[in-house]
Design a protein around this ligand. Structure first.
Ligand SMILES: N[C@@H](CCC(=O)N[C@@H](CS)C(=O)NCC(=O)O)C(=O)O
Length: 265
């Protein structure tokens, strides 16, 4: 059976699970040992030397990066298609995915660093949270325009454009940032969350929490104990600097509870 190294909170892993579920592919979802602590090893790291979820194992084939995994799934199981048909429409939804995976994701991730991992408190936390709220509203307005009069971000049928957006908007909702009521985006969000593939992917989160695994409420203490060493990479790192959190990064480096991507070889 397909094996997808997963963490239910990861929007990147959620994208892949939604696609596999739309295509009726069965898969198991092991949680990599040592994820988040900088100590991952074994088959997971062999599949993804960056030690990030998701990583897909299909027999001898090992693939990392959610976009590359989605491409593989599409090539191997083309039905039902997740990408639109025309080259221009495919490019459109890929651009949407790129924005969500980079600029948008950084906001939710950063809020997690502040609120759950307690990287900043007091005025600094307030300032960063206010920036995140403003930015999120900006993206809601941008997404409303991107959706236009379409039923789905993907076009006529649910697909890549939708699975690339819904994990992030659900993440924002979890942070108390709600899509304005009465908008086309809000109606789309409800439709998307009613898809069985999306509902099952959201259920993975509640299942994990009800299994007694540590929730986001417990992680600040784990950071303090040195059990967490979070990866500050790419847009996430840029975001933290941009919103005024340089001291968060410096403190994390000093305390050795943040890390950058691993070296290869
Ligand atoms: N570009 C990658 C990003 C994957 C990623 O950053 N995953 C995070 C979880 S959301 C991760 O596993 N981080 C490793 C860690 O925190 O230790 C993708 O699209 O798959």
């Amino acid at each position: 059976m397909l094996r997808l190294y997963d963490h239910p909170f990861s929007p990147y892993a959620q994208k892949v699970k939604i696609s596999l579920r739309e295509k009726g592919q069965e898969f198991e979802i092991p949680l990599p040992e040592g994820i988040g602590a900088g100590g991952a090893r074994g088959e997971f790291v062999e599949a993804n030397p960056r030690a990030e979820v998701p990583a897909l194992i299909d027999g001898d084939v090992k693939i990392f990066d959610s976009t590359i995994i989605l491409e593989y799934i599409e090539d191997k199981w083309p039905t039902p298609p997740m990408l639109p048909k025309s080259p221009a429409e495919r490019a459109r939804v890929r651009m949407l995915e790129e924005v969500m995976d980079t600029h948008y994701e950084a906001i939710n991730w950063g809020l997690g660093e502040i609120r759950s991992f307690k990287r900043a408190t007091g005025d600094l936390a307030k300032k960063i949270e206010a920036r995140a709220a403003e930015q999120t509203q900006g993206y809601f307005r941008w997404l409303e325009k991107q959706l236009g009069d379409r039923t789905w971000f993907n076009g006529d049928y649910f697909g890549w454009g939708d699975l690339a957006v819904i994990p992030y908007l659900n993440g924002s909702r979890g942070h108390g940032h709600h899509v304005p009521e009465g908008t086309k985006l809000a109606a789309w969000m409800q439709r998307a969350n009613e898809r069985p593939s999306v509902a099952a992917t959201t259920k993975d989160i509640t299942d994990m929490l009800s299994s007694g695994a540590p929730g986001m409420g417990d992680v600040a203490e784990m950071v303090e104990k040195g059990l967490f060493k979070r990866e500050y990479r790419d847009h996430r790192l840029e975001w933290m600097i941009k919103v005024g959190g340089m001291e968060v990064i410096l403190k994390g480096l000093e305390r050795d509870n943040i890390r950058f991507g691993p070296e290869f070889g």
